[in-house]
Each structure stands twice: as C-alpha cells, then as structure tokens.
Design a protein around this ligand. Structure first.
Ligand code: HEM
Length: 499
C-alpha cells in the first residue's frame, strides 16, 4: 500500500514539475499545431510519418499549410523541444539573418561535409563565406560561358539520339551533364580529372546522401553511441575513404601545377584555366587559400569540394528536370520561350551579352523554382531568444523555414498556385518583400551558387529548346522528402527534333 501511495505522490510531483518546467507554454509562444499528446507532444506523429519518408513530407506540408493559413508560424513539440515552422516572409527574413547555425540533424553529415560551407558553424562559416564568395563573382562566371556552351552542345547531341523514341527518363542524362558542367567550370577540373569524377564520385555522393537520409529516418540511430556501432556507419566510413582516394590525387596534382606556374608565369594551362588575382575557379581558390593564407588543410579542401558538388548537382539536376516537364505541360510558355531563344541566338553559341537578353527564359526558370523548389525547407538552431512582433522563439529549439510556403505566400496574389512566368516580367506583380521568393533560401546564409545556377540553366535551356520540342506532364510527379524534394515517379519527357 505504502509503495502505491509513494508511486502516486511521485507521479503527481513529476507531472507538476514537468508541466511547470517543460510543458507549460512560455509567454508569447507561437500557437501549437493540433494533435500534441501530454509529455511526448507530436513525437508519435513525427515517428509515424517518418517510417515512410513520403509521409513525412505530407505531414510537414500539412503543418506549414496550417501556419500559412493562420499566423504564419506554428510549433510542434517533441517532449520539451519545440520545432517552429515559419511561413511569414518578414519573420522568416529576420530569423534567417539572426539564426545562422544549422539544426542538430544536419550534423549527421559531419564526417563528409562537416567543415564545408553548407554545415560549418557560424564563426568559421562567416570567414569562409567571405573568402569563397569571389569564386562566384560575375568576373569568374563570365570566363565559363564558352565551356558551358561546349558542354550544352554535347548534351544536346546525346539527347538527339533519343529524340522521336517516345518518353525517356531524362534524369540520368541530366545528372551526368550537370556534374560535368560543374567540374569543368566552377570547380575548375581538367578533362582528365573530370573522367575520374564521372566514373565513381557521383555515385558515392548519391550513396552517402542515402546513408544520411536513412539515419534521419531511423530515430534509434540518432544517438552517436548507437550509430557508431551500426553497419550504416561502417558503410559511411568506406565511402569517406573512397572519396579521399579519388580527390586527394586530383588536389595534389592541381596544387603542383599551380606551384609550377607560379614560377613559370603565363604557362598555357594555367592561363587558360585560371583567372588572375583572387578571382579563381573554386579549386584554385581553395588551394591558394590553403597555401598562401593557411586557411584550409588538404582534408578541408576535399570537404569543401564534396560540399559544393553535393549542394550544386542534385539541386540543379532536379530543377532542370522540372523545367523540362513544366514546359512539356505548358505549350504556350514553351513556344514563347522558343521564340525568344531564336531571336537571341545569332550563331551556334551564346555569349555573355546574349545571356542578359534571355529575359523570358529567366522568368520560366524562376517560376519553376517558385512552385517546385528542390530544397523545400531549411532548419536552423535558435541560439538565443528571438523576439518577433507577435511571438518569441526560445533559445535551444529548432526553427524550420518553409521555403516552399514562402513561395506560395498570399502576397503573390490570387493566382499564387498557377504557373505564370509572365509575373516575373512586371515588378508590380511581385510581392513587395523580395524574400517571399525563397528557392535559393533567404538571408545571409542563402545559396552561394545561385547566379552560377541561373547562368548554367539559362544556357542549357536555350540550347535544348532551340533543338527540341518537349512534351511531358509535371502533374504526374509524386514527391518525397529526402533533404531535397524529390520525385518518386520517373521524370518522363518526350523529345521531338524541331525542323
Ligand atoms: C537550382 C539550383 C540550386 C538550388 C535550388 C539551390 C538551393 C540552395 C539552398 C536552398 C541553400 C540553403 C540550404 C540551407 O540553408 O540548408 C543553398 C545553399 C548552398 N548552395 Fe545552393 N542551390 C542551387 C545550386 C547551387 C550551385 C550551382 C552551387 C555551387 C556551385 C551551390 C552551392 C551551395 C552552397 C555551398 C550552399 C551553402 C551556402 C552557405 O551556407 O553559405 N548551390 N542552396
């Protein structure tokens, strides 16, 4: 009897303590999404939807739609921890510029991407972002235009074989093309090193992303002491080692070429592949910063390269697929785009001035990115109490900025859900707050490669549309969430040669 009484007293004291310290909402907390259970909050819902990651996306979307229709902010609870979902453009902008540190679960990818720009901690990120920005300046990008034309023409040649043969799954072709483009331009690899990357590296990046997604969807693997003993961890280590074996020789070779050419000025290879001063392609800049300013070790150069390839390849590949499908679904948009491209092309290549004339092409790319953003949300750690006009976010919690819902905010107007590239041609039809377009994220930690992505997509699209008529249906795609929003159904496109 005494034991029972003690148990009851203990439970009551525990419940009161829990309520006061953890469960009672702190003042000015954002509204809690319906369905929270005492003590565990929404954990049961999250875990239930995590079992199939497709479901997790549906759950996040429902939660963010709820925020969009209510106060623009909502919170989920996992025990004492809050996950704030934000869809209001002003609040999101403030949070994006204040909370620069990535959320806890990004750290799962630390061994592979840890000190790279995407995941690095705020103090290190601030220094590195400033140092790496010049690799994405217009001066450097202008030096890529010729190579992008070469690669785009080669890509179109490969596609020509498939024209008129019915629907094809275009993804594999686009992946190889975007990777080659990235390595030959922004990263600055020679054709020889490019071949090594073609064969193995892309597959490893793909598999390592799968490893991290699997850990993200397997709650019992969250604690490191369990994960470190798992088969998944052993596979991760194998992949990390293989990448070292591929990239280290490439980095060393490039390093010695740069050293030699430092002494033998105007050596042909160097002057063809690098621009002068601090404006260099990424790999050259990383090596320069390592050798001249002691900023990076060889391991850190490799981690930065992994980061850039992973951040650039999947996103750009996905977006190009969605653009082709969107064009296939909107015949009038495709014809208008074709007309613009015909007017701009004077010969086989586009030069940097031609690119500025592709105004409608740019509008199409932005509209697809608005409605189908490859990165639908980003998550940040709330490192200090954040006071918003209506609510306060408490330090120690996680904030999810829904880029997907910002892109569909009511300030886009009543036609927000329609595919209308024309809206980009008239600034009066765009929302007042530019951060309502969030496809490349918002705030200080937005995408460093966004101008590069726009340039490669514009050039690629112009070459493709000039040659082929495209059919497809973007509405046939079903989506899943694996850090990126990805289709679970193949992206089927039919290409017909234009006469
Ligand atoms: C259509 C193509 C692209 C899309 C939609 C896209 C989108 C994004 C988004 C949403 C973020 C923020 C991620 C976060 O906060 O978790 C980001 C960051 C980043 N992106 Fe992109 N990206 C694209 C292309 C590229 C390209 C081509 C490169 C490089 C050549 C690149 C390199 C990066 C890097 C390094 C970061 C981390 C930036 C930082 O934290 O300072 N991205 N990108």
């Amino acid at each position: 009897m005494l034991v029972l009484e003690l148990a009851v007293i203990f439970s009551v004291v525990f419940a009161v303590w829990w309520y006061i310290y953890y469960w009672k909402l702190p003042p000015q907390s954002p509204p809690v999404y319906p369905g929270a259970l005492p003590i565990i909050g929404h954990a049961h819902e999250l875990f239930r939807h995590m079992i199939g990651s497709n479901e997790l996306w549906r759950y996040f979307k429902k939660e963010c739609d709820y925020a969009l229709e209510n106060e623009g902010i909502i919170s989920l609870r996992v025990g004492p921890h809050f996950l704030y979902g934000v869809t209001d453009p002003k609040d999101a902008t403030f949070i994006a510029n204040t909370c620069l540190e990535k959320a806890y679960f990004y750290k799962f990818a630390n061994d592979f991407f840890g000190k790279g720009l995407l995941l690095s901690d705020t103090p290190e990120w601030k220094v590195h972002r400033k140092l790496l920005n010049p690799a994405f300046s217009q001066t450097v990008m202008n030096t890529y235009v010729d190579e992008i034309n070469v690669q785009a023409q080669y890509f179109v040649k490969r596609l020509t074989v498939l024209a008129g043969k019915g629907p094809i799954n275009i993804q594999e072709f686009i992946t190889n093309y975007i990777l080659a483009l990235l390595c030959r331009t922004s990263i600055g690899l020679t054709p020889e090193d490019q071949n090594m990357i073609d064969n193995d590296y892309a597959e490893i990046i793909d598999e390592i992303e799968k490893v991290y997604n699997k850990r993200g969807a397997t709650v019992w693997l969250y604690p490191s002491f369990i994960y470190n003993r798992s088969a998944l961890k052993r596979r991760e280590q194998e992949l990390v080692r293989t990448v070292k074996d591929i990239l280290n020789p490439i980095i060393r070779k490039r390093r010695s070429i740069i050293k030699e050419t430092y002494y033998i000025k105007n050596c042909d290879e160097y002057s063809q592949t690098s621009v002068t001063g601090k404006y260099k392609p990424l790999l050259d800049l990383l090596i320069h910063l390592a050798d001249e300013q002691d900023v990076f070790t060889e391991d850190e150069i490799r981690v930065q390269l992994n980061t850039f390839v992973a951040a650039a390849n999947d996103t750009t590949t996905s977006l190009l697929q969605y653009i082709l499908l969107a064009l296939g679904s909107h015949a009038q948009v495709q014809e208008r785009l074709y007309k613009e491209v015909q007017e701009v092309f004077k010969n086989e290549d586009l030069d940097k001035n031609d690119l500025t004339k592709l105004v409608y092409t740019k509008a199409v790319i932005k509209e697809v990115l608005r409605l189908y953003p490859p990165v639908p949300l980003v998550a940040r750690r709330v490192h200090t109490d954040i006071k918003l006009p209506k609510y306060t976010l408490r330090a120690g919690n996680t904030c999810v900025l829904s880029l997907y819902d910002l892109n569909r905010h009511s300030s886009w107007g009543p036609d927000v859900k329609e595919f209308k590239p024309e809206r980009w041609l008239n600034p009066d039809t765009l929302p007042e707050n530019p951060n309502t377009f969030a496809g490349f994220s918002i705030g200080k930690r937005n995408c460093i490669g966004k101008e590069y992505a726009m340039m490669t997509l514009k050039t690629s699209l112009a070459h493709i549309v000039r040659k082929f008529h495209i059919s497809g249906d973007i509405n046939n795609l079903k989506w899943t969430f694996e850090a990126l929003l990805k289709p679970t159904t193949p992206a089927l496109v039919t290409l017909t040669l234009r006469s």
